[in-house]
Design a protein around this ligand. Structure first.
Ligand SMILES: [Zn+2]
Length: 163
């Protein structure tokens, strides 16, 4: 079993990594934390820090994308509410605008989902929002055969991530 890195095992490893990333000298970092030797800090910085940084960047990107995803989903829910209201009051122009917005949201969602990779929890094509919206779109565009075909083709493309 390889020798444990005293820095990786240190409870303050995140603060130590931040100090190293900020360019603080190994000696200074080692002096701040009693149990660490300068050699251990240097070894950690050269051998372990790059991987940690790469992971942190990935995690940050995923967190960022997750946050955006939430916002787009929120937008989609609101757009969907407008679409429903417009449909009920037979405001076709408003309904069509809402559908365009919903389509834009779906394109954004598809892009974000692409960023997030193929995580199983976020398949847009089987998400309840999508299935519900799809049903409403098909219904709302019933009288407009040409528009319906165009919109459906467009959102299918977005859903497949190929728009
Ligand atoms: Zn280490």
């Amino acid at each position: 079993m390889p020798r444990r890195c005293t820095v990786c095992a240190h409870p303050k490893v995140e603060a130590i990594d931040m100090a190293l990333v900020a360019g603080e000298p190994y000696r200074s970092v080692a002096n701040r934390y009693e149990s660490l030797s300068q050699a251990a800090v240097q070894r950690h910085s050269e051998n372990h820090l790059p991987a940690t940084l790469a992971q942190a960047k990935d995690a940050e990107m995923v967190a960022h994308a997750d946050d955006l995803l939430e916002q787009v989903r929120d937008l989609q829910v609101r757009t969907f509410a407008i679409l429903e209201a417009a449909e009920v009051s037979e405001q076709h122009r408003t309904a069509l605008s809402a559908i365009r917005e919903a389509r834009g949201n779906l394109e954004l969602l598809a892009k974000l989902l692409g960023e997030l990779g193929d995580r199983p929890t976020v398949n847009v094509l089987i998400s309840p929002e999508w299935l519900e919206l799809r049903t409403v779109i098909v219904g709302a565009l019933e009288p407009y055969t040409h528009a319906r075909g165009a919109v459906l083709r467009a959102i299918e493309g977005a859903g497949n991530g190929s728009a």
